[in-house]
Design a protein around this ligand. Structure first.
Ligand SMILES: [Fe+2]
Ligand SMILES: [Fe+2]
Length: 332
């Protein structure tokens, strides 16, 4: 059990619960309890799978709320007070939760069908609810997020008890939350739980603002200064930039198996970039026209532009392969 890698995350109040005050609140809480029972029954303690399916649902309300708030602002010619961006950031944040957990566990075929079905039902149901009562819709999300905080706390307990493997954090999580290289699943669950607590407070706050209940909600009546900037998150534009990957890679050659053709003048096709990767030892790369030489080793790969004439020469024992790309790998 490793608990030393905990990144700096905002303080999370695990005890927040909005006491239902009227019929709208009681409806939202009842729906939440019903859906909680369904999730508990179906997933039990399969927290990785539970996270994937429920995060596909969690990413819906923000986008619905943003869309309908946007349309209302257009109709009423009024400002959004920061709500649209906040809700879109919530949707994006939930989608990053999903991308993170998909890197940890793979949904079963049945769960993939369930995701499709639930998305249709939940999107339409939430859209209609938001049209009729945005306050109830935000209260519902507030209660969902209370449950999400509880579920991720249970997930942490499973990891701490050794019943769920505390695997290394996936690369996407390291980038998105800026976690250290040795971060684990436990660290990921901690930052995800902090996000859920933030959504909980924002949505209960929105419901309170819509119902003018700020005074007795226990939350700040003016959340505009608190709206979700997610300062500890990286831009998803950076994270989701596709990595350039080679379309072909040679076998590993040594100083005796290195093909003679590579030791003579040759080049790549007009639309092919090459990277010579030395794994052990050293290799001399010579470019012609203009003439230049480089000594390649494990930390210095050789980059070949399309049709750039060159040849290579082993400098003693060597292990090397060549990768081929359809675009410049250094531009990634
Ligand atoms: Fe989430
Ligand atoms: Fe959430």
């Amino acid at each position: 059990m490793t608990q030393a890698n905990t990144p700096t995350i905002p303080a999370v109040d695990l005890t927040v619960h909005h006491q239902p005050g009227d019929l709208s609140d009681r409806f939202a809480l009842s729906v939440t309890k019903l859906l909680r029972w369904c999730a508990d029954t179906f997933f039990a303690k399969r927290y990785g799978h539970r996270a994937i399916v429920l995060e596909t649902v969690a990413a819906v309300p923000g986008m619905v709320g943003a869309t309908l708030t946007h349309l209302r602002c257009l109709r009423k010619l009024e400002a959004d007070r920061g709500w649209i961006r906040t809700l879109m950031e919530e949707a994006e944040n939930e989608r990053m939760h999903l991308m993170t957990f998909v890197a940890v566990a793979q949904p079963t075929l049945f769960e993939r069908w369930l995701i499709l079905l639930v998305q249709w039902l939940f999107y339409i149901g939430f859209f209609v609810l938001y049209l009729f009562s945005a306050r109830t819709a935000h209260r519902l999300v507030g209660y969902f997020e209370e449950e999400a905080v509880i579920s991720y706390t249970h997930y942490l307990n499973e990891i701490d008890a050794g019943r769920s493997a505390n695997v290394p954090a996936p690369a996407i999580a390291l980038q998105y939350w800026g976690l250290p290289a040795n971060a684990t699943l436990r660290d990921v669950v901690l930052v995800v739980r902090a996000d859920e607590a933030h959504h909980r407070d924002v949505n209960h706050g929105f419901a309170a603002q819509l119902g003018d209940q700020a005074a007795n909600s226990g939350l700040s009546p003016d959340l505009n200064s608190d709206l979700a900037p997610y300062p500890w998150h990286a831009s998803t534009l950076e994270i989701e930039k596709p990595a350039v990957t080679p379309y072909r890679k040679t076998a590993d050659f040594n100083e005796t198996t290195l093909p003679a053709a590579l030791k003579r003048r040759h080049n790549t096709a007009s639309d092919v970039w090459g990277v010579i990767r030395v794994k052990q030892g050293q290799l001399k790369l010579t470019f012609l026209e203009p003439h230049s030489e480089q000594v390649l080793d494990a930390s210095n790969p050789g980059y070949l532009a399309p049709q750039q004439d060159h040849f290579v020469e082993p400098l003693g024992k060597v292990s090397v392969c060549v990768e081929f790309y359809h675009s410049d790998p250094r531009a990634a």
